[in-house]
Design a protein. Structure first.
Length: 166
């Protein structure tokens, strides 16, 4: 049987399309609200999913407790170049609180948006678990409305990270 050249191109295209689909991950969902150091960070920004992934030794989201400043810092590098930094002062005494400082770098931007004493931050866990490592987990939401930028509404935020203590 002799296959014509256009037919070979169709077969090649279908094979390449199947390979591409099998190698790409499905569009993720918000991570579940866990409290076991799963390495997750995600939220909705203006109803669009934003997330960071910790895969193996690659950590796009981190939790740090700075002992001499009594400060919890949550940072995340997300898709499209978006970045977050939350600072919570005196976190072991706070469970439901305002975010002391939030910095957000929108996609395709070099200018951070920043606010103090804003939003909602709930710490659901900040301690050592049975496996011998520390965990920081919780939820967050906030609005950033700077005059020169499109309003940024962050909702359904959650994180579950290993906690590094300095």
């Amino acid at each position: 049987m002799n296959l014509s050249c256009p037919f070979k191109k169709d077969i090649l295209f279908i094979c390449l399309l199947g390979f591409y689909i099998s190698c790409t991950e499905p569009f993720p969902e918000l991570p579940p609200e866990t409290q076991s150091g799963e390495g997750t960070f995600g939220c909705l920004i203006n109803n669009e999913l934003v997330f960071a992934r910790n895969i193996g030794n690659l950590h796009d989201a981190n939790a740090r407790y700075i002992t001499n400043a009594d400060q919890l810092q949550i940072s995340a590098k997300c898709q499209f170049g978006q970045q977050f930094l939350f600072i919570i002062d005196d976190p072991y005494k706070k469970q439901n609180t305002l975010i002391d400082t939030v910095r957000y770098l929108p996609p395709n931007s070099n200018d951070y948006m920043e606010a103090t004493q804003t939003g909602y931050f709930k710490i659901t866990r900040i301690d050592n678990i049975n496996n011998g490592f520390d965990v920081a987990s919780g939820t967050f939401s906030f609005d950033l409305n700077e005059t020169e930028n499109t309003p940024t509404n962050v909702t359904k935020g959650r994180f579950d990270l290993n906690l590094i203590i300095y």
